[in-house]
Each structure stands twice: as C-alpha cells, then as structure tokens.
Ligand binder design. Structure first.
Ligand code: ZN
Length: 679
C-alpha cells in the first residue's frame, strides 16, 4: 500500500471533483464471458506448496453492504512440529468499535480519511466445523470454542484450539459460515455509495514461521500501520451480486451466470496467490491492454473506472502495462494472466485507492493537479502493481518487516518510472519543474520534523504513521539507491534479480535480502546494513572548514646573533600558489567511502576518497595548488542518497548560506507539490 507520504491527495479538492456525477439508474450490462485461460500464465504445475487453499462463497447485499459467506479451508501443516491450535485473522473486526487495536492506533483516521461513526464494520463467524479426515463428515459446532488472544476489545484474531495436535504433513479441512458488515471505507476495505471494495473479508489463517522443528504462528492482531502476511494457495470464489454490478476479482473468471432474484454469480479461480479481494460497482467501465512478457503469453491488463475518470484510466493502463513489462525483465516474469487496476470513485480515492492484492490493485491520484506530466496517478499505479512482485511473489511479512516490500518496491518503482517517463522528470515534468521519485523522496526526508527511526522495526513499533512511512518507504529506498550508485547499477540490478529468483514463491526476510546483496555485490555489507537498518542517523556529512592562504616560503626571524635574519614579504613574496586545508565531517552512524571534489579558479578539479570505514568523525586534507580553491563538494556524483545534500557544497568565496539557498529550490518545489499530494 502507498501510505502516508505520496498518495495523500488534498481531500477537499478530491471531494470537490467528486460532486455532481449523476450516473443515473444502474443498468444491466451484458454477462461477462469467462477468461478461458489457466490461472497461472501459460499453465503449468504448482509453484508453491499451496498450504492454505480456500473455497469461498459470498453473496453481497449491496444496499445493506453485508456479505453472507461460506468458506472451506484446507490447511496443511508444512512444518516439522505439531500444531495445537489454528489462529485466524478476522480483519474486518478492526472496524467494529473504537476499542480495537486498529482504531486505537489509527485514532479512527487513515490518510486523512476519518472513520464513519455510523458505519462500523465487522465479521461474525456464525459456524465452524471440522471435516473428519477419513469420512469427510462434518463434526460438531466449534464457533463457540474460538478464543480471542487480542483480549476482550480486539477480535481481529480468533484461535481454534485443536483436540488433537496436527502432525507435520497432515491437513485439516474447516467449514465456516460467516457474515460481514462492511464499513464505509476509510482504510482499504468497505463501501462508498454504490462502490464496494472488498478486501480482508473472510477468516484467513496465519503463517507458521521459524526454523524447521521450531515453528510458531505468525498471526497478529490488526494494527493501523500493519498490512498482511499469508501462505500461498488456491482460491475458488463464487460471488453473487446484483445483476447491475460489475465485478472484478483476484484470479481468472471461470464462470458467470444469471442467478435468481435479479442477481448474477461470478466464479473466480486463482493459483499460487496469498489473498483474494474483489470489487463490485454498478457504474464501472473497463479498458484493456496487453503487457508483453518474454517467457510466454501476454498479460491482459484491465482498468476499471467510472466515466468521469476516463482520461486517467488511460494513464493508469499505460503505467500498469509498463510496470509489468519492466518488472518482469528486472526481477521475475509476472506469473498470472491478468492484472486488474481499479480506479475507485473520486470520493473513495483516498480510502480505497492505493492498495495491492494479488493480480488486483487499487490506484489513486486523479486530481485536477495531476495534469499530463504530473505523474502522481501513474506513480500510484506503478507502486501498487509493483507490489505484485514485492509481496505478491516475494511474500515477506508486512507486519514485522514492512520495509522489505514497501521500501524495496519504492526503489524498484523509481527504476520503472525513470525508464517509462525519462530519468530527470519521471515523476514531475511540468512547467519547467522536473523531479524523479528518488529526488523527491530525498527532499521530503529533509523535513526537520521527521523523527529518525531504525528502518528494520516492526510496522506497529513506530511512534506514528509518519515515522513509519519515512523509515519504511523513503529511508529504505534511499539506502538501496546509495548501494546501487556506490557499487554500480548493473551489478546491483543483477543482485536484485538473483534475490527475486531465489525468493519468489517464498517468504524472504530482511536477512535474506542482505545476504543476497552481499553475495551479488561481492562484499560483506554488514558495515552498511547494521547502521542503516538497525540504527539511526545514517550519514551526516558536512564541509566543516576550509582554509586557503597565498603560498610563500616561511617568513619571520631565523637564526641567532649575527646570523639573525628577518625574512619579510619582500624577500619571500607570494608565489602565486595557494596552501589549503579542508575538513569534512561525518556525525552519522554510517561510515562509508565518500568522494570529495575540490574545484579551483582555473576550472581544474581535484578528487579524493575519504574512506570513512575507520569510523573517524572528520577528515583533513592539506594541499598546495597553483589556482585558488573555489568549491568543496562532498559526494559530487550524488551516490550517497542516504544523506541530505544541503551541506555538501561549500563555495569558498560565497556566503555560507549560498549552498543552502541553492538547494532550497527543490524544497520549495517539494513543498508546492506536497500541498497537492499531501504531507
Ligand atoms: Zn505500498
């Protein structure tokens, strides 16, 4: 998900845009035909152990915004230790009342959208039965035996104690009946008017993590900074909605039929995914295109949009196609045959937009300010589609290591944007203003109000959403960019591709990424990862001082008695050369090689490297030169993206504030842009 930093469009402006679109009565469109393609692009065997397989049936009451659902879950103990209980996420209970962990941690607000006080959301497990392993017959009712480890106020996780431990390799078949009440959407899932974006809506089992034989459950209560983590499997979902409603969902459409009561039923099938989300809305239109992926058939890309957002729909389509083609080349071929991009109605853009699910994402950014060249809409689509690699395929734990998908994805998004739209102005190329995402993120990180935090912290362990966003998205991106520019783009790209191929279809951890990068870049990077990911401060480089004097041989009194001699500037005039010293400081926690460039009045340049891995806080360079020093520049090639550049350039004859002013044009630009796109 794209939280906090970029997507936050000015709510009032969006609201103003959203007024006045009368779509008239909903009409029944032609019945969509099944996709007629395998759920994995080109078919083929399972790509994962498929530990968690779901059959879901859902009937949407579009007026009450409720879902009557059933679920059959077949879960296999893929570990090497017995399992004594089964925990399930019941995410919708986050929206049940103000006492839940989610509502307390979010204060009932997400990306500037407030929770409705008249539209709570919840999920209730009406029935839970286990099928007999031999006969398949359903056993006694177990719903009353569910425990809630989150305490009396939080029912976002329920736990089923097992009468007999489930041994390694054994599976269990559970049958749920449940009812959802969708909230008016303020955080990803729910309804807005007739629009229904339905995510995290069914009982979803946790993940066994840890070393073989020592596995434990990962299934935490829902916190407002936390996203999701689940095992791969298959999903078969049968969705019944009013016949007027257009439906989009994870996977491929395998059947569609008219149903009694003026309804329609759509059946979807998905393989080797770890979540299932869907959308139902009576006013959506669709445009489609194809992304070419070299290892097989193309990917059909679909954008769902309402008529008033048509111009944006084409921009989202182009961005989605480009992302699939680029990321398939950079990292791993997109493995599913369809990618669906939903552009929520403008009044749900902030609340439902900017979220990723397997093969289906929601986008955002359609505002009056997003003229061609102001590529916020494109960027949101690139980011969300990009998540189909960084979390969809490389299914890291978003609760414990959110940076591993959000931040790594951000770095990858920057590459995609630069290639699709041109490096200098990929994000912004309008009225003479140009910026790419890396530069924008770096500039935003200069905000003195930001609270430095270690990147590698759990999503729920940050002071607030801004601090979480800064570390998770921006600092991670800047750290990877620093490594990329230090070790070379080609080498870094190869290392990331190896990481993707090694960990696709699995659950990589941060340690796995560090190891892959160390191996790929051919060097032990402990010295980098430690301070950058587990410490605060990073690099804090500045030109401390410079001192340049006209060069002459020593003057003064030399010798004793009759041999005493006074040397003045007459005897030893200035030679025309200069004697200088330059001191550069680093007060950050990270110590790494730093390029320093000295420029001189005759146009020449002297470069040297301060190899700061000795952990000195300062470095002094003495030299003589025939021409006068004019500039001291730290990191002249802008490799060290982790540091702010404002104190990196010192003009010797200028006033000290000149460099700060020179750098501040970007701050001004950023500030202006952020008034559009949020803090
Ligand atoms: Zn994201």
């Amino acid at each position: 998900m794209q939280r906090a930093v970029l997507v936050v469009a000015a709510g009032a402006l969006v609201a103003a845009l959203a007024c006045g679109h009368d779509h008239g009565p909903a009409r029944v469109r032609g019945l969509p035909k099944p996709d007629g393609v395998p759920a994995l692009r080109g078919g083929g065997p399972p790509r994962t152990p498929r530990l968690a397989n779901y059959k879901l049936e859902a009937t949407l009451d579009a007026d009450r915004h409720t879902i009557a659902g059933t679920e059959t879950l077949v879960w296999t103990n893929g570990g090497q230790s017995p399992v004594e209980s089964l925990p399930f996420h019941l995410y919708l209970n986050a929206f049940k009342n103000e006492a839940t962990r989610f509502m307390r941690s979010s204060h009932g607000e997400s990306r500037g959208v407030k929770a409705s006080e008249t539209s709570w959301g919840w999920i209730h497990v009406e029935s839970l039965q286990m099928a007999d392993a031999q006969t398949g017959a359903l056993g006694p009712e177990l719903a009353k035996t569910l425990r809630y480890p989150g305490g009396p106020d939080d029912e976002t996780v329920a736990e089923l104690p097992l009468a007999h431990p489930l041994q390694p390799g054994e599976h269990v078949e559970l049958h749920f009946k449940f009812t959802d009440q969708l909230p008016e959407v303020f955080a990803r899932t729910g309804f807005k008017g007739d629009f229904h974006m339905i995510g995290q809506w069914f009982p979803k089992i946790g993940v066994r993590v840890g070393p073989p034989g020592g596995e434990r459950w990962e299934c935490q209560t829902f916190h407002s900074n936390s996203e999701f983590f689940a095992d791969f499997g298959t999903y078969d979902a049968t969705l019944t909605v009013p016949a007027t409603h257009v439906v989009a969902a994870t996977g491929v459409l395998t059947a569609s039929a008219e149903a009694p009561g003026g309804r329609r039923t759509f059946t979807y099938h998905a393989e080797d995914v770890h979540d299932f989300a869907w959308m139902a809305d009576p006013y959506m239109n669709t445009i489609t295109g194809q992304a070419k992926v070299e290892d097989g058939p193309p990917v059909e890309v679909r954008v769902y949009y309402r008529g008033e957002q048509k111009d944006f729909a084409y921009r989202h389509l182009e961005a989605a196609i480009g992302t699939i083609e680029k990321m398939s080349t950079y990292f791993y071929p997109y493995p599913w045959p369809v990618m669906t991009v939903i552009d929520p109605p403008l009044d749900a853009a902030m609340s439902a937009g900017g979220m990723e699910y397997p093969t289906l994402v929601t986008t955002s950014g359609d505002t009056v300010f997003a003229r061609p060249g102001v590529r916020l809409p494109e960027y949101v689509t690139v980011h969300e589609v990009g998540h189909n690699w960084f979390q969809g395929l490389l299914a890291s734990n978003e609760v414990e290591e959110a940076w591993l998908d959000e931040g790594v994805n951000e770095w990858a998004d920057g590459k995609v944007m630069d290639e699709l739209y041109g490096a200098r102005g990929s994000l912004l190329d309008w009225n003479g203003w140009q910026a790419d995402i890396y530069a924008l993120r770096r500039a935003l990180s200069a905000d003195p109000a930001s609270l430095p935090s270690p990147i590698a912290a759990a999503s729920y362990a940050f002071a607030d959403a801004d601090t979480y966003g800064e570390a998770t998205y921006a600092s991670t991106m800047r750290a990877l960019r620093t490594l990329e520019l230090t070790y070379g783009s080609a080498k870094f790209a190869a290392a990331m591709k190896t990481y993707a191929h090694t960990w696709a279809w699995k659950h990589p951890t941060g340690r796995d990424l560090f190891d892959a990068l160390g191996a790929g870049l051919g060097t032990d990077l402990t010295w980098f990862f430690g301070p950058v990911f587990h410490d605060v401060g990073g690099l804090q480089l500045a030109v401390r001082s410079h001192d340049c004097r006209p060069h002459h041989r020593p003057r003064g009194v030399f010798g004793e008695g009759s041999g005493r001699k006074v040397v003045t500037e007459i005897e030893e005039p200035d030679t025309g050369a200069w004697t200088c010293e330059v001191i550069v400081q680093n007060t950050g926690a990270l110590h790494m090689p730093v390029d320093i460039a000295l420029r001189f009045a005759d146009g020449s340049e002297l470069r040297y490297v301060w190899d700061d891995r000795g952990r000195d806080t300062w470095n002094k360079r003495d030299f003589e030169r025939s021409s006068k020093l004019t500039d001291v520049i730290i990191d002249p090639d802008n490799k060290l993206q982790l540091d702010q550049p404002l104190l990196h350039h010192l003009r010797v004859d200028g006033d000290g504030a000149a460099a700060l002013r020179a750098g501040s044009w970007f701050g001004t630009l950023t500030h202006s842009l952020m008034q559009v796109v949020g803090p």
